[in-house]
Design a binder for this molecule. Structure first.
Ligand SMILES: N[C@@H](CCC(=O)N[C@@H](CS)C(=O)NCC(=O)O)C(=O)O
Length: 208
């Protein structure tokens, strides 16, 4: 498998964590977003959406981080990233989607870039911070109190989405003291090897 990735991309970070948790060997093809590598004809032939992540599996190409992770879950069920019980699965997906569908798209790189270019930098930062805080406020209410994982006793899709979103929150200087459960869960997860190895600063294309 080849993962088209960018060190700072939180959506790619999700897939890196999932690949690591499942112990799946893969190559990484860095796509430098700051150099517009995602807009080249070569990359648009890979993913017409011009986004990372994308995962090439044999002759097939997958994109959209949650679709990729669900594919990995179905083809490599161990260790599971979704609980067996249907209600528990739905609760985990609920938390994952709160991040992937309701927070991240509003503060994604292209949105922030557009606001910065068409309005101003301060407005872009305030916008990103607002939507992260709004989403984290709700997620803090439903994440488990244990301080270990968002749900249950093992990492799930919810943690796979939370940890990269926490990295974005730090980048936008969100006050994480307001979200003690989320901060504790992210800190616990970041100490696990699969999460640690997926961190932006551990990627070959990382630039401080
Ligand atoms: N919903 C997509 C979001 C992917 C996404 O937003 N990727 C960003 C990086 S995190 C990207 O490639 N942005 C391209 C750009 O900024 O133009 C997913 O989950 O894979």
């Amino acid at each position: 498998m080849i993962l088209y990735s960018y060190a700072r991309s939180s959506a790619a970070y999700r897939v890196r964590i999932a690949l690591n948790l499942k112990g799946l060997p893969h190559e990484t093809a860095p796509i430098h977003l700051e150099q517009d590598a995602h807009r080249t004809a070569d990359y648009l032939a890979v993913n017409p959406q011009g986004m990372v992540p994308a995962l090439s599996v044999g002759d097939d190409l997958l994109a959209q981080s949650l679709a990729i992770i669900e594919y990995l879950e179905e083809t490599h069920p161990q260790p599971p990233l979704l609980p067996a019980d249907p209600m528990a699965r739905a609760q985990v997906r609920r938390m994952a989607l709160m991040v992937a569908a309701d927070i991240h798209p509003l503060q994604s790189r292209r949105v922030i870039q557009w606001i910065t270019q068409n309005l101003d930098q301060a407005a872009a930062t305030a916008w990103a911070r607002h939507w992260i805080e709004e989403g984290f406020r709700a997620l803090e209410c439903i994440a488990a109190e244990s301080g270990r994982f968002c749900f249950g006793d093992t990492p799930t899709l919810a943690d796979v989405c939370l940890v990269p979103q926490m990295a974005n929150a730090l980048r936008f200087k969100v006050d994480l003291a307001k979200y003690p459960r989320l901060a504790a869960i992210a800190s616990h997860c970041r100490d696990l090897p699969a999460f640690a190895a997926a961190a932006p600063e551990r990627q070959p294309d990382y630039e401080p």
